[in-house]
Design a protein around this ligand. Structure first.
Ligand SMILES: *[C@@H]1O[C@H](CO)[C@@H](O)[C@H](O)[C@H]1NC(C)=O
Ligand SMILES: *[C@@H]1O[C@H](CO)[C@@H](O)[C@H](O)[C@H]1NC(C)=O
Ligand SMILES: *[C@@H]1O[C@H](CO)[C@@H](O)[C@H](O)[C@H]1NC(C)=O
Ligand SMILES: *[C@@H]1O[C@H](CO)[C@@H](O)[C@H](O)[C@H]1NC(C)=O
Ligand SMILES: *[C@@H]1O[C@H](CO)[C@@H](O)[C@H](O)[C@H]1NC(C)=O
Ligand SMILES: *[C@@H]1O[C@H](CO)[C@@H](O)[C@H](O)[C@H]1NC(C)=O
Ligand SMILES: *[C@@H]1O[C@H](CO)[C@@H](O)[C@H](O)[C@H]1NC(C)=O
Ligand SMILES: *[C@@H]1O[C@H](CO)[C@@H](O)[C@H](O)[C@H]1NC(C)=O
Ligand SMILES: *[C@@H]1O[C@H](CO)[C@@H](O)[C@H](O)[C@H]1NC(C)=O
Length: 881
């Protein structure tokens, strides 16, 4: 009893002592730290004085192994934390490692952490840290690992950083640092990793004293502003494994590299202005995996006597240089080689049959050289090869029957060579997407078996000597490009190939006939009509079936939903980003047929709801497919709701239950661009159309490039462009994939993409969301603006004719771009030149080849330059008139 009492006395005494000296227990220090942190995901909920866990077992906390169990490490990476990084943490007497990487801390560099006297690791990578690196950075005397990468740190690197001589890792990559990097590295004798990459505002030479870092394993200076010659670093970097100097402005020749070699794994100096010979002896680096010299001015020969070495090489990239002479034959049979890129050089020589020994080979690109060779049989035996591209060379002879036997082959480009003989029937390569054999001397017929390749999309057989009919089986394919121009083909062209593709793909074949071609086919009007009405009937049937299936599906969901709704009223959760003063009940009650807008169709219906305050909002109702947790859903909507751009509709809030999601958008009384274009008496002057086009493009650029995380719209159409009172366009219905989940989005959209012409042709095949697909959709909207036609307008003779095909065909047949412009705007020819240039942009955006479409940023620039040339346009149009 007595002992217990003294014990208690002692405890309370020491407690008050602790208070006096403001020394606090470790759990309290941690709680103090937690206090200044915003923790939306409740990662730190277990940090609590009420917790039964020892604080060493709290989330992210690690301690010494034995009593008295002192905290040594705090790892709270990737936890969506924000708020303040409090110096209170430095009261932990043994804290050595602090990792707060990948959070949302938005503040200057936490200099006060230099009070942590035992700190070895400070990792605040991937946050929103801003401001300059202060001179006082040198106070972090004990630091060995300093990772400030991927923040918004700006200004020059202070010389004082040279005092952090214990550093093993210095990572300042991915910031906004500027100026010249000081020459302060001589004392960093322990440095293993130096990363200054992705600092595009640096304008600096490579500090010469980096060459003295004998323990350095990784030197990462890529994509920054380094210029001038590479100093003689390499002899001192005895431990170097990874060297990346790519994408800078380096000039001159490479320094001697022999001494660099013992440990070298990756050597990348690509995309500079380096010149001189191939770094001889590089293959003495036995462990070399990746060698990248591309896009420089290197020239001369690549030695051909290295067969015994470079056994581990996986990537060899020397494209876009001036190399000449025989291509090194040892490369073709390296056991681990995956990638060979040598295009745009002057290499000559053969591609040997021993290529079949390169069992790992995936990608070969040797276009635009002087290879003089037969097409090697061995290519067909490489199991992993998915791209073989050797256009613009001197390949000759027949294609072997196995040329396309690799099971994953996707792209073959042998155009502009001297290949001859018949094109073999293809038996394998079910993944082939693109086959180009243009400008060779192939004879014989187009192989029917091409029609069995399920994803073939680009087929270019132009400029050969092919004869016979175009196989009607090809109608099965969804070809985006089918170029057979300048051959000797004859006979009837399958109907869908005529209507679906530009006429120029067929030109130069005097014997071809069919509607829209110079020659109609003789004496077969009847079968033609039969066939096309049959096609129409099938099409109608398909559409009816799809519509019915969707209806049944929707009705099923409706039944389920209304059943659930009765059972679970009150299970709604809402988040408002704007003072809305409305309940879910109000919303539900006011959503009925009367307030519904549009026919619905895609991803849910929109209702215009009057709030109790009299304000109007637009509410989009989406079925909740529960593809993600409620919390994740909330985060996704928040991401979208944080967007503030004049050309993007604001999300004011949302609510969701287990079966529905309501997205609440600002309401724009003027309605959508689609409504406007659909009016029979459309009267919208060109200046407003151009303004609308620019606004839409700016909205897309914001989503693609400026907003973080980067977003894609994925459902752009004129009905999803709303207009405010001043005709400022605002995008809506954007990025819904993030809300309903990729799979549901795809299944909803793919049922639509069969009928919607806003989707780029490649979307049906790849299902991959890209910026180029948004660009295509934009192009369709731009063509709608220019022609005054809706994307799909019922054409009696061809219901599949969308605005893109209509424009292309009209230009092809009549050769008159003027004729496609909306007569309402082109009648007064004041801005004709602008319109024609805008038409050109629209055509480029809707190019079938995604890589040929401009980026949205380029589109904005081009359209804006039209806007400012009004005056010039006046003069030009005077000429036209
Ligand atoms: C942490 O938890 C483990 C297992 O639950 C336990 O063995 C260990 O003793 C705890 N650590 C401390 C410091 O209490
Ligand atoms: C953390 O925030 C990001 C961006 O706001 C979000 O994308 C992510 O889903 C959030 N993480 C979790 C687990 O909620
Ligand atoms: C910093 O933390 C991030 C996230 O855990 C990690 O990827 C990175 O490698 C760390 N930096 C260092 C230098 O260890
Ligand atoms: C390196 O250390 C020496 C001796 O401590 C010192 O004189 C010199 O200034 C240091 N160099 C740099 C660049 O900090
Ligand atoms: C590269 O250097 C040249 C001349 O030294 C300069 O004009 C150019 O802007 C630099 N380019 C980059 C990307 O830094
Ligand atoms: C072919 O390569 C040369 C350089 O070797 C380059 O100048 C030319 O533009 C390239 N041609 C094509 C069509 O890319
Ligand atoms: C094939 O190569 C030619 C010439 O290099 C090029 O113009 C064309 O775009 C390539 N085709 C495809 C589909 O990549
Ligand atoms: C096609 O054949 C003719 C002779 O039959 C020949 O003159 C011409 O060069 C050939 N064209 C091509 C592209 O091979
Ligand atoms: C089709 O092939 C011809 C001849 O090679 C070429 O002039 C034309 O540009 C090609 N068309 C397209 C769209 O590739």
């Amino acid at each position: 009893m007595a002992t217990a009492c003294t014990h208690y006395l002692f405890l309370s005494l020491s407690f008050s002592l602790l208070l006096l000296t403001s020394a606090v227990s470790e759990p309290e220090i941690l709680l103090q730290f937690k206090n200044s942190i915003d923790d939306p995901l409740n990662i730190l909920s277990g940090w609590s004085s009420a917790s039964s866990l020892h604080h060493c077992n709290w989330t992210g906390v690690s301690c010494t192994n034995a009593a008295p169990f002192l905290v040594t490490s705090l790892n709270l990476q990737s936890s969506n934390l924000s708020g303040e990084i409090s110096a209170s943490i430095c009261n932990l007497p043994s804290l050595a490692h602090l990792n707060l990487a990948n959070n949302f801390f938005n503040q200057p560099i936490p200099l006060h952490l230099s009070e942590c006297e035992t700190l070895i690791t400070l990792n605040v990578s991937d946050n929103l840290i801003w401001g300059t690196i202060p001179e006082q950075i040198s106070q972090f005397k004990t630091l060995e690992i300093l990772d400030f990468s991927r923040n918004h740190i700006e200004g020059e690197i202070p010389e004082n950083i040279g005092l952090l001589q214990q550093l093993r890792v210095l990572d300042l990559g991915g910031n906004l640092l500027s100026g010249s990097v000081p020459v302060v590295f001589e004392n960093f004798s322990e440095l293993v990793v130096l990363d200054l990459s992705h600092n595009t505002f640096l304008v600096s030479q490579i500090p010469v004293d980096i060459g003295g870092l004998s323990k350095l394993e990784q030197l990462l200076l890529q994509s920054s502003g380094f210029y001038g010659e590479i100093p003689d670093l390499f002899s001192g970097l005895k431990s170097l494994m990874v060297l990346d100097l790519s994408q800078n402005n380096l000039t001159g020749v490479l320094p001697q590299i022999e001494l660099l070699l013992p440990n070298l794994v990756s050597f990348d100096v690509s995309q500079n202005k380096l010149s001189g010979p191939f770094p001889d002896g590089v293959c003495e680096a036995k462990g070399l995996v990746s060698l990248s010299l591309h896009t420089n001015f290197f020239n001369g020969l690549v030695p051909n006597d290295l067969i015994s070495e470079c056994k581990n090489l996986e990537r060899f990239e020397v494209h876009n240089n001036g190399f000449s002479g025989n291509f090194p034959s040892w490369l073709w049979s390296l056991p681990k080689i995956k990638l060979i890129r040598a295009e745009n050089n002057m290499f000559s020589g053969e591609i040997p049959d021993s290529i079949s020994q390169a069992a790992q080979l995936e990608h070969v690109q040797i276009d635009n050289n002087s290879f003089t060779s037969r097409f090697p049989q061995g290519v067909g035996r490489v199991r992993n090869l998915y791209r073989f591209s050797a256009s613009l060379n001197r390949l000759y002879g027949d294609l072997p029957p196995n040329f396309c036997d690799s099971p994953v082959m996707s792209i073959i480009n042998l155009s502009h060579n001297s290949l001859s003989g018949r094109i073999p029937e293809v038996k394998n390569c079910r993944k082939l997407v693109s086959l180009s054999l243009a400008s060779n001397s192939f004879v014989g017929e187009i192989p029917e078996s091409l029609a069995d390749l399920p994803v073939l999309t680009y087929l270019d057989l132009s400029e050969n000597n092919l004869t016979g009919l175009i196989p009607h089986e090809l109608e099965k394919l969804k070809l985006a490009l089918f170029n057979v121009s300048f051959n000797k083909l004859s006979g009837r062209v399958p109907a869908s190939l005529i209507s679906g593709l530009p006429a120029s793909y067929l030109e130069g074949n005097a014997g071809l006939c069919g509607p829209g071609l110079p020659h109609g086919c003789l004496g077969d009007d009847k079968p033609k009509r039969k066939q096309s009405s049959f096609a129409k009937l099938t099409c109608a049937l398909v559409i009816i079936t799809i519509a019915f299936a969707l209806f049944v599906l929707a009705f099923g969901f409706y039944l389920m939903r209304s059943h659930k709704q009765r059972a679970q009223l009150g299970m709604w959760r809402s988040v408002f980003f704007y003072p809305l003063r409305v309940t879910e009940h109000d919303l539900l009650m006011s959503m009925d047929e009367k307030t519904a807008r549009g026919a619905g169709g895609d991803i849910g219906r929109v209702y215009v709801v009057t709030l109790p305050s009299g304000e109007l909002v637009a509410v989009k109702k989406i079925l909740n497919f529960a593809t993600q947790s409620s919390k994740a859903l909330q985060n996704e909507v928040k991401t979208l709701a944080k967007i503030r751009h004049k050309n993007i509709v604001k999300i004011l809030g949302f609510c969701h239950s287990d079966d529905s999601i309501f997205l609440i958008y600002e309401y724009l009384p003027k309605g959508s661009l689609g409504d406007l274009l659909g009016k029979p008496d459309l009267d919208l002057p060109w200046s407003l159309r151009l303004k609308i086009a620019i606004g839409i493009a700016q909205g897309l650029v914001y989503l693609h490039k400026d907003y973080l995380p980067r977003l894609l719209h994925r459902n752009l159409k004129s009905n999803n462009v709303l207009l405010d009172a001043d005709f400022q366009p605002k995008l809506t219905d954007f990025s819904l994939d993030r809300i309903i989940g990729e799979n549901v989005f795809q299944s909803v959209v793919s049922s639509e993409s069969a009928t919607s012409c806003y989707f780029a042709p490649e979307y049906g095949l790849t299902k991959k969301a890209t910026e180029q697909i948004d660009t295509y959709s934009f192009g369709v909207v731009l063509l709608e603006l220019l022609t005054g036609r809706l994307a799909v307008e019922m054409e009696p003779e061809d219901p599949t004719l969308d605005v893109v095909k209509w424009v292309r065909r009209k230009i092809n047949i009549t050769n008159g771009s003027l004729k496609v412009l909306d007569p309402n705007i082109s009648r007064s020819s004041q801005h004709l030149q602008q319109m024609l240039e805008a038409l050109e942009i629209g055509l480029r955006c809707t190019c079938v080849m995604p890589e040929k479409r401009p980026s949205m940023a380029e589109v904005v620039k081009a359209l804006q330059s039209l806007e400012t040339t009004t005056f010039q346009g006046l003069e030009l149009s005077a000429d036209v008139a």
